[in-house]
Design a binder for this molecule. Sequence first.
Ligand SMILES: Nc1ncnc2c1ncn2[C@@H]1O[C@H](COP(=O)(O)OP(=O)(O)O)[C@@H](O)[C@H]1O
Ligand SMILES: [Mg+2]
Length: 328
Amino acid sequence: MSQDNFETDEYEYYLTRFNLVDRAERRSRKASQGSKKAPSPVVERAESRELEEEFTTTYQPGRYEEGWLLSSLRPFYDQGLISDVLAQVKGGKEASVYRCAGHPTTGHEWLAAKVYRPRKFRNLRNDKMYRQGREILGSDGSPVKKNDDRVMRAIGKKTAFGMEVAHTSWLMHEYITLQQLHRAGAAVPEPLAVGENAILMSYLGDARRAAPTLHEVHLDLDEAEVLFAEVLRNIELMLTQGLIHGDLSAYNILYWEGKITLIDFPQVTRSQSNSDARFILERDLARVCDYFAGQGVACDADTLIEELWLRYIGPQEEELWFPSDMFD
Ligand SMILES: Nc1ncnc2c1ncn2[C@@H]1O[C@H](COP(=O)(O)OP(=O)(O)O)[C@@H](O)[C@H]1O
Ligand SMILES: [Mg+2]
């Protein structure tokens, strides 16, 4: 088999495996009306709407932001989930969040769209610690078979498809986690939809301002104690699901109308299968305690990690051993 053929085959393999629509094919479908392959309903609807109306937004994106932003959010518009993009809530190095007008049928006046920037997906190697011990997810959110050498090879070699697979998996972990935790009663935004580069979820805040993060807020002691207990409830709820946030701190907890909401889940870690799980949980607890100790709450991350680890993950192997003097 020639190298060319091999690559074509591999490309096809991933397309099927990850349920991805070939971007080149999509472009050519747009160009030629007479394509033989039946387009998926979503694409078809998107195309017909695209022909009819332009997606214009109240928010005026910058020159370099515009193409990526509109193509990332267009599917939400075409699916009748958002009717406008109103403002940028926060622009980050790796992702930006926008306040959108929710379509009336969603029952949400506003929605938050988190749009990953292309550079995020060039830096996925830095996230290896979190990926260890968790599945690779396809665009339908289901895991790819374990030990799939072709997938690992494609990611390792950073082929275009490998990057796309890693990109999809990273985004789907955030989306699936939001779904799972929202269903389980955690204080997280409600996820509504996911696209190639973006997640659409419920918005915390109002027209004037988005909810601040906890680190921007000073709490009085009574409220701080209640909110600390609520953060702990969420950490424990995650542990019952075998999950650790992985980047928890006062920067990833929103505060709105006296309630907290945990956000930013792409690096979610498996508590049972990641060999760095204890370190990652310990760091989450230390950062949370840092903030709440600053608000006057008595909390000690070292004690907490011992308790939580024992309760949810189990004793360390050494602790299962008989005491060395038992048979003396
Ligand atoms: N659902 C939401 N409602 C309101 N604001 C949000 C929401 N999600 C995120 N934000 C805002 O966007 C910022 C960045 O989101 P986050 O998910 O933490 O991405 P990252 O830190 O990776 O850039 C948050 O700090 C918060 O200010
Ligand atoms: Mg964040």
